[in-house]
Design a protein around this ligand. Structure first.
Ligand code: NAD
Ligand code: GLY
Length: 344
């Protein structure tokens, strides 16, 4: 097991290893006084791991109440959020009690936002069960729900009290969802870590999960400690995301997020003349991720600009110079079309 400690507005541990779900109860107990735990999970994950989580929590002396919602991004909405708040209130959770988010990024974002706002904030534990959640969404305290006008438009920065990542839970992930998370893993290698990138090149999908997740989490930890509230260095984590979001939204979200991010990374790498473009395109293909799209620069641009990361008349593009070296480049909106065109 590896432990990574984050010291931001809250200090907390991220535990990464095999078999950790069985330790959920004792680890939650170490956080101090709590009588009731609300386990938040969804319809695919709860049948896989819910019983083990509840058993471990009950063995540690907690009363457990479970809130299980239908799996999928469609549930990350104000309706489910209000249902969850009512559930917490009906079960009389107090400020000393705990929420446990068991699932992927949807569960973590929804449960985290409820934890950030119920009774003006109660503690929560992230138990990520997707690769994306393990390396990204469970760490760093961004919580949110979607509105009809767009994704993640309502949320809060609220750090968890513990992240417990049991690498065994990834064994049941459908291959396509695992690949989606790989786009984020490759992103960390491109942004910060040539050794991580080389490991991924050498091992492909058979990478060492404990090493890779730990390394990604360490890198995210460093970014979050430097820029918890996303005003500077943290923006780099958006590599490939602004243009990727345009491609994803244009497909009416039929293209997965990971594939869209892969296309976004490929487009910016080609467009900015990154010295390692060949290696970047090769690794994306090696992981079964796409590197091109049939969408036009006009369409990608119009959907990308509905993204909330746009500020006034410019967009902060994250440009890879080489593996392990990147820049944040404020780019006027009127130059974006020719930039995208150059990378198609
Ligand atoms: P998700 O939670 O919907 O999980 C993807 C799919 O995998 C779902 O169908 C789920 O039921 C299934 N699943 C989860 N764990 C499983 C397991 N172990 N075995 C089998 N199936 C399993 O989505 P995701 O890809 O984990 O996360 C995407 C969400 O994360 C988006 O809402 C995005 O906005 C958010 N996100 C948040 C942050 C952040 O910093 N807060 C960062 C990145 C993404
Ligand atoms: N997923 C991007 C961030 O946490 O900032």
């Amino acid at each position: 097991m590896n432990t990574v400690t984050v010291s931001a507005s809250k200090t907390y541990d991220i535990l990464i290893g095999s078999g950790l779900l069985e330790q959920l109860g004792p680890r939650a107990r170490e956080l101090g006084k709590a009588q009731t735990v609300c386990l938040v999970s969804e319809s695919t994950v709860y049948p896989l791991f819910g019983e083990k989580a509840v058993h471990s929590l009950e063995e540690a002396g907690f009363k457990v109440v479970s809130f299980v919602f239908p799996a999928g991004e469609e549930s990350k909405n104000p309706g489910t959020y209000l249902e969850l708040l009512n559930f917490l209130a009906e079960n009389r959770l107090t400020r000393s009690d705990l929420i446990v988010a068991l699932g992927g990024g949807v569960t973590g974002d929804l449960a985290g936002f409820a934890a950030a706002t119920y009774l003006r904030g109660i503690r929560f534990i992230q138990v990520p069960t997707t690769l994306l959640a393990a390396v990204d969404s469970s760490v760093g305290g961004k919580t949110a729900i979607d509105l009809p006008a767009g994704k993640n438009l309502v949320g809060a920065f609220c750090q968890p009290s513990l992240v417990l990542c049991d690498t065994d839970t990834l064994n049941t992930l459908p291959r396509e969802i695992f690949r989606d998370g790989c786009a984020e893993v490759i992103k960390y290698g491109i942004l910060y870590d040539p050794a991580l990138f080389s490991h991924l090149e050498q091992r492909g999908l058979d990478f060492d999960r404990e090493y890779v997740i730990t390394r990604c989490v360490e890198l995210k930890r460093d970014v979050v400690m430097e820029d918890e509230f996303d005003t500077g260095a943290r923006m780099k984590l958006n590599l490939g995301h602004t243009i990727g979001h345009g491609v994803e939204a244009k497909s009416n979200f039929t293209l997965s997020h990971g594939k869209a991010v892969a296309i976004g990374i490929a487009i910016v790498s080609r467009a900015c003349g990154c010295a390692d473009t060949t290696r970047i395109l090769a690794i994306l293909r090696q992981f079964g991720l796409p590197t091109s799209t049939s969408e036009t620069a006009d369409d990608i641009l119009s959907y990308a600009l509905s993204d909330k990361k746009r500020s006034a008349d410019q967009v902060n593009l994250i440009l890879p110079n080489a593996i392990g070296d990147s820049s944040i480049v404020p780019t006027p909106v009127d130059q974006l079309k020719s930039f995208i065109q150059a990378g198609l």
